[in-house]
Design a protein around this ligand. Structure first.
Ligand code: G4P
Length: 285
C-alpha cells in the first residue's frame, strides 16, 4: 500500500517542546487513544517524555469501536502492565472509573511523598493525545461544574488552570497535544480515516477505497445492512461502490452512477459511526 500524507516536521518540534514543559507539571498522565485505532493513535515518543511518571490509557470513542476488539485491546494493554479504561466521553460512560484508575496509579507517588513527610498534597494529572481523539470532551466532562481553582500557579503557562476533579486530584484544564506519527502508511491511513489528520493533506478517494476494502473483508455484514446491498466474499471495491450508488440513488445528470458521491457518503458514514462499530487496528495476538 502506498498511502501518502503531506506533513510538516515543524509542527512536531513545537508540539514536542510544549509537551515537555507540560509533563514537568504533572504526576500522572492519561494518554487518550481512539478505540478504533489504538495502535495508530498512540505516539511512542511519549514514553521517552514521561520518564518514570505513571501513565493510564483511556480508550475513547468505544461507542464506535468493535466491542470484542476493544476487550482484546484492553487485555493487550493490561498484559503490558498498563492500566486501561474504556470511555465514551460523549455520554460520560467509564469516566468515573477512569478517575479512580488515576487515583490508583498515583498511589506510589503519594507514598513517596509521605515517606518524605509531605501530606495532603494534591496529585496533578493531564490528558494527552493526538488531535481529535476527544481530549477536550473529556476535560469538559471532568471539569463540569467543578470550580476552577485559583488562577495561574507557578509553572503553569498563562491561560492554563488546575481544576479539582476529585478529592486530592487536580486536572490541568488544557490537554497535551501529541503529534500523529506518519512513518507507516497503514498508520497514516487509519489516522486519516478516523479524523486525526486534516483532509487537505491526503487523497480522500484512495483512503475511502482502502477503508472499503477492509470493510468488505472484515465487516461485510455492516456494509450490507447499512446500504441494503448484497455481495459475495472477495467482491471488489468498485462493485460495492456501484451497488451503493444504485441502492442510494447516487446518480449523475445522464443517469450515470456518481461514485464520487458514494465515496463522500461512505467516508462520512464511517466517521460518524453510522456504518457500525468498527476497529481498524487488530489487537496483538
Ligand atoms: P480533541 O480535544 O482531542 O482534539 O478532541 P475533541 O474533544 O474536540 O473531540 C473531537 C470529536 O470527537 C468531537 O466531535 C467530539 O464530540 C467527538 N468525541 C469525543 N469523545 C467521543 C466519544 O466517546 N464518542 C464519540 N462518538 N465521539 C466522541 P465533533 O465536535 O463533532 O468534531 P468532529 O467529529 O466534527 O471533528
Amino acid at each position: 500500500m502506498d498511502f501518502k500524507i503531506q506533513w510538516f516536521p515543524g509542527h512536531m518540534t513545537k508540539a514536542k517542546r510544549m509537551m515537555e514543559q507540560q509533563i514537568k507539571l504533572v504526576d500522572v498522565v492519561v494518554e487518550m487513544l481512539d478505540a478504533r485505532v489504538p495502535r495508530s493513535s498512540t505516539n511512542p515518543m511519549l514514553i521517552q517524555l514521561l520518564g518514570q511518571k505513571p501513565k493510564i490509557i483511556a480508550l475513547n470513542k468505544v461507542d464506535m469501536a468493535d466491542p470484542a476488539k476493544t476487550e482484546a485491546w484492553k487485555t493487550t494493554f493490561k498484559n503490558n502492565g498498563l492500566p486501561v479504561c474504556s470511555v465514551d466521553c460523549n455520554t460520560g460512560k467509564g469516566v468515573k472509573q477512569l478517575v479512580s484508575e488515576v487515583q490508583k496509579a498515583a498511589q506510589p507517588v503519594l507514598d513517596k511523598w509521605l515517606k518524605r513527610g509531605v501530606k495532603n498534597r494534591s496529585i496533578r494529572v493531564m490528558i494527552v493525545g493526538i488531535p481529535n481523539v476527544g481530549k477536550s470532551t473529556l476535560i469538559n466532562r471532568l471539569v463540569g461544574k467543578n470550580k476552577v481553582m485559583a488562577a495561574d500557579k507557578p509553572g503553569v503557562t498563562r491561560g492554563q488552570q488546575w481544576v479539582t476533579i476529585a478529592k486530592g486530584l487536580e486536572l490541568l484544564d488544557t490537554p497535551g497535544v501529541l503529534w500523529p506519527k506518519f512513518d507507516d502508511s497503514q498508520i497514516g491511513l487509519n489516522l486519516a480515516l478516523t479524523g486525526a489528520i486534516k483532509e487537505e493533506v491526503y487523497d480522500r478517494e484512495q483512503a475511502t477505497e482502502l477503508l472499503t476494502e477492509k470493510l468488505i473483508a472484515d465487516y461485510p455484514d455492516l456494509l450490507k445492512e447499512k446500504y441494503a446491498i448484497d455481495f459475495e466474499p472477495g467482491a471488489s471495491v468498485r462493485e460495492v461502490f456501484e451497488k451503493i450508488a444504485v441502492s442510494r440513488g447516487c446518480l449523475k445528470g445522464g443517469g450515470q452512477l456518481d461514485i464520487d458521491k458514494v465515496i463522500q457518503l461512505v467516508l462520512r458514514d464511517f466517521r460518524s459511526g453510522k456504518i457500525g462499530r468498527v476497529t481498524l487496528d487488530e489487537p496483538d495476538k
